[in-house]
Design a protein around this ligand. Structure first.
Ligand SMILES: *Cc1c(COP(=O)(O)O)cnc(C)c1O
Length: 454
């Protein structure tokens, strides 16, 4: 093992070097992947020196999500203390289901959950858990809402057609989860948004009352804090009033931008969160931890337990339910995802997490200013968002992003809203500085003029 740790350290150096020297790895066409890299498995093993070289080659051609040229996804960068916590979790290798097996790691998870509940404005009766990702957090919310409406469903299954509501701009996991939980995709109602991509509470109410008249049973509303394309925030306050009136469970999907609860400057974007029934946030997005680190909290502690506990004599042999976290989780054996966010939080404090979140908005503001001050650009996104959407010289976004990627220049994706397609630059890497944002535009402009794309 000592040898492997030394090897790991050497491989990290290879990675760090590659991140600087070739921040966008040369993409390998899928048709050539198995020819270019030695990925096949054989009856006989290879000697350590060969293994080391193979691993180095794989590292070099793997996309560099922590590099300064990665703006492609809703995560990116590498925050040292969070990575440290995750590496430790691998070495400790606990499973979070029981106190007997995870010990103080249970306390670590509970402290994170308690602090998130507090920041969300949730009361004493709140609790939560770590899910395998934001999609699964949304599924846990949906299941709690379903059981909350009708406790018999856990034993008997669905007996009525239950309907749920989410905006047109929300994450696809809402529909997928409806299919997975027996609710059915056709029972998902897509609520219209305003011109900024925020859910319209009036239209929500219209859809709910129509469904009630037609004999459906509305039970769940999903509001989004940071929509996937534009990074828009649904108005939780207004939506919560409709939910209260019709007794609907309100979930706030903050996978992308729920991290604003840490920022005194930006938490107003999620105003009214304390009126929601559940809330999820991916620490691997705005808070900068490694994948995956998804947290779901609810104001209905008992419901979390009812929906996810199951007796198992062979597992729960010591300690109370409060410390045997398997009683409130989706999985049985569960990876320790809490240690990475806890290590970071402990190290930089709540104030440090606020700085991490604010920095992303600062960089987005800078990018928007640049776009507004340069006439070859058209801006499509809005203030108070870390998704900066634009087009350059009218070049189709899809063509531009693909060419930048294939030529190892930049990793950035494209999106669509109101039939307009645009480049979506995400300033989620809190380690980036002003010069990195300016370098992004400079690279893009030089590339376009050299390639004569325009
Ligand atoms: C990323 C995201 C999800 C899904 O989270 P995963 O961890 O990728 O499963 C859900 N909702 C929103 C708004 C997201 O941005």
């Amino acid at each position: 093992m000592q040898y492997d740790i030394a090897l790991f350290s050497e491989l990290c150096d290879t990675l760090f070097e590659a991140e600087i020297n070739q921040p966008v790895a040369k993409p390998i066409p899928t048709s050539e992947l198995y020819n270019q890299l030695d990925l096949s498995l054989h009856k006989e093993g290879i000697i350590d020196k060969q293994l080391k070289n193979t691993l180095k080659t794989v590292i070099k051609s793997t996309p560099k999500t922590a590099s300064k040229s990665f703006f492609n996804q809703l995560f990116g960068g590498r925050v040292g203390k969070a990575a440290l916590g995750d590496l430790l979790a691998v070495m400790l290798n606990n499973s979070m289901y029981t106190y007997k097996v995870a010990g103080p790691q249970v306390g670590i998870e509970k402290q994170v959950l308690k602090a998130i509940c507090k920041l969300a404005g949730y009361k004493n009766d709140s609790d939560g858990t770590f899910a395998p990702g934001g999609s699964m957090s949304n599924m846990m919310a949906l299941i709690m809402a379903r059981d909350h409406k009708n406790e018999a469903i856990r034993a008997e299954g669905l007996s009525k057609q239950m309907t749920l509501y989410t905006s047109k701009e929300s994450h696809y996991s809402i529909s997928k989860n409806a299919a997975l939980t027996g609710i059915g995709r056709n029972q998902v109602r897509l609520v219209n948004t305003n011109s900024k991509g925020e859910m319209l509470a009036d239209h929500l109410e219209e859809l709910v009352s129509k469904d009630i008249n037609e004999g459906f049973e509305p039970f769940f509303v999903n509001a989004t804090a940071g929509t996937t394309v534009l990074g828009a925030f649904d108005n939780v306050d207004n939506i919560s009033k409709v939910c209260k009136k019709y007794k609907l469970w309100l979930h706030v999907d903050g996978a992308y931008c729920g991290g604003v609860i840490f920022s005194s400057k930006y938490k107003h974007l999620i105003k009214g969160l304390e009126h929601s029934d559940s809330f999820s946030v991916n620490a691997h997005k705005m808070l900068g931890t490694p994948l995956s680190c998804s947290i779901i909290v609810t104001q209905h502690k008992a419901q979390l337990h009812h929906s996810f506990s199951n007796e198992a004599d062979y597992l729960y042999q010591t300690d109370g339910d409060d410390f045997n976290l398997g009683k409130t989780s989706m999985q049985c054996g569960r990876r320790n995802d809490a240690l990475k966010i806890w290590t970071l939080w402990k190290s930089v404090g709540t104030n440090g997490l606020e700085t991490i979140v604010d920095k992303q908005f600062e960089m987005a503001n800078l990018a928007r200013d640049y776009i507004n001050n340069h006439k070859d650009y058209t801006l499509y996104s809005f203030n108070d968002s870390i998704s900066v959407c634009f087009n350059y010289k009218g070049i189709p976004a899809n063509e531009l992003c693909t060419a930048l990627y294939e030529n190892s220049e930049l990793m950035v994706g494209f999106g669509k809203f109101n039939n307009q397609e645009f480049v979506r630059m995400v300033t989620i890497n809190s380690l980036l500085e002003k010069e990195d944002i300016l370098a992004f535009f400079k690279t893009l402009e030089t590339f376009v003029s050299n390639e004569l794309l325009n």
